[in-house]
Design a binder for this molecule. Structure first.
Ligand SMILES: O=C(O)Cc1cc(O)ccc1O
Ligand SMILES: [Fe+2]
Length: 431
């Protein structure tokens, strides 16, 4: 089925067992690794979970490619992209709330890789847990090079501009309002027209999956059928191609004499996908009280502790607010989980000002936060008729591991963020 908007074809479903071939006959039937794959292709397994992971956790795909990935020369340190994985700032993490305007000095005239800037990190990649938050600004397509992240799966959240992502396993188009998920280790190139900006959550832990629905039942939130995985697509290019790899927190580079985007067919349940956030089936109160934001979870990466996410990707989409006798915006709270938030467009209902599209905020473990004074005043006085929050899309990457800002982030944080919560009137007790 052709996709009307961009001619790229997709397979639907989250984490399904897909099979796809760009050349008829490339995909072996009934086995993974025949003695002689069709056309002299190389069969190669890509594992996203341990071989012995329980069946419902097991993620792997088989790729049929023109040359094996093993065919490369040593990686050497890469000197571009200086702001990616800059490492956390020295010293203890201060218990302060932090917020950023969209940085005006993100890399300029760069492609997606060199345009990435790390803002927040929270575990060493070798621990196979944690999540980092990066921003990007890119003005050029990647040409003659691809990127591969061995440290984590990449959740790409465009804020403006459209990315065309040519991965080993096919092509995806991802505009603002969509997300893309690229599995750990899958090589890709990003093409753009004009300028593109956005966020990347780099998940070093267990692969993102749909959250349990519990009493919600068998439908709702992000529905599996709305995730789209590209069909196989490849390029047959015998020209130098640089491979830039993020590996254990550092960047490395090697140059091949061919494009590694040469996977002619693949099958399996580990593959890139995209999802339009507008498809999210938002559920909320129809009686009273503001539910915990976990009700807005799109994807979750569990930790080893049940119910405590290594990373939750949560959105705040347009929705009706109908709660009776309820303070409707997010309440005041302190959380053992750490909350990084971004804004794709519009306004966030807990922040009357200062939180801009392309900006970022951090409310780490146990830091007191909630509505700013203006939002609190407005919502406390509002007439509680049904109101539709429209034209907005905020998101949160919530993690059980406190985030550490990078030096780049610390140097650019708003200086007066605490004033968002200054001068609340004191409660007046009966005399
Ligand atoms: O702090 C925030 O703005 C995120 C958030 C939103 C909400 O609706 C409830 C709790 C919460 O942490
Ligand atoms: Fe919060």
């Amino acid at each position: 089925m052709a996709n009307a908007t961009n001619e790229i074809r997709y397979l639907t479903g989250f984490g399904g067992h897909f099979e796809t071939e760009a050349v008829p006959g490339a995909l072996p039937k009934g086995r993974n690794s025949p003695q002689r794959p069709a056309f002299g292709l190389y069969a190669e397994q890509l594992s996203g979970s341990a071989f012995t992971a329980p069946r419902h956790e097991n993620r792997r795909s088989w790729l049929y490619r023109m040359r094996p990935t093993a065919d490369h020369r040593p990686f050497k340190p890469y000197s571009g992209g200086p702001a990616l994985i800059a490492g956390a700032a020295e010293g203890p993490i201060a218990p302060n709330r932090l917020r950023w305007d969209p940085p005006s000095d993100l890399p300029e005239g760069t492609d997606f890789v060199d345009g990435l800037v790390t803002m927040l990190v929270n575990r060493d990649p070798s621990e196979l847990t944690g999540v980092s938050v990066h921003l990007y600004r890119a003005n050029r397509s990647m040409t003659g090079r691809v990127f591969i992240d061995a440290d984590g799966e990449l959740l790409i959240i465009p804020q403006s501009g459209t990315l065309r992502i040519f991965t080993e396993m096919g092509r995806l188009e991802v505009a603002a309002g969509w997300i893309a998920l690229i599995p750990r280790g899958v090589r890709f190139r990003v093409e753009i027209d004009g300028e593109a900006r956005g966020y990347v959550a780099e998940n070093q832990g267990a692969t993102f999956r749909l959250p349990e629905l519990g009493p919600i039942g068998s439908n709702g939130l992000a529905n599996g059928r709305d995730f789209e995985t590209p069909v196989a697509a490849f390029e047959d290019v015998d020209a130098p191609c640089e491979v830039i790899q993020k590996y254990q927190g550092a960047l490395w580079s090697t140059t091949l004499d061919h494009s590694p985007l040469d996977v002619v067919a693949w099958h399996g349940n580990l593959a890139p996908c995209r999802y339009e956030l507008a498809r999210f089936n938002t559920i909320g109160t129809v009686s009273f009280d503001h539910p915990d934001p976990s009700i807005f979870t799109v994807l979750t990466s569990p930790s080893e502790t049940p119910g405590r996410a290594n990373a939750d990707f949560v959105i705040f989409p347009p929705r009706w607010m109908v709660g009776e006798d309820t303070f409707r915006p997010p309440w005041f709270h302190r959380n053992v989980m750490s909350e990084a938030m971004g804004l794709i467009h519009g306004e966030y209902d807990a922040k009357a000002e200062g939180f801009q599209p392309g900006g970022l905020s951090l409310h780490n473990l146990m830091s007191g936060h909630g509505p700013d004074v203006e939002s609190w005043k407005g919502a406390s006085a509002a007439e509680l008729k049904p109101v539709k929050i429209e034209g907005t899309m905020a998101f949160m990457v919530e993690s059980c591991w406190p985030y550490r800002p990078t030096q780049f982030a610390l140097e650019r944080a708003q200086q007066d963020y605490d004033l968002a919560w200054a001068d609340f009137p004191k409660a007046q007790l009966p005399k």
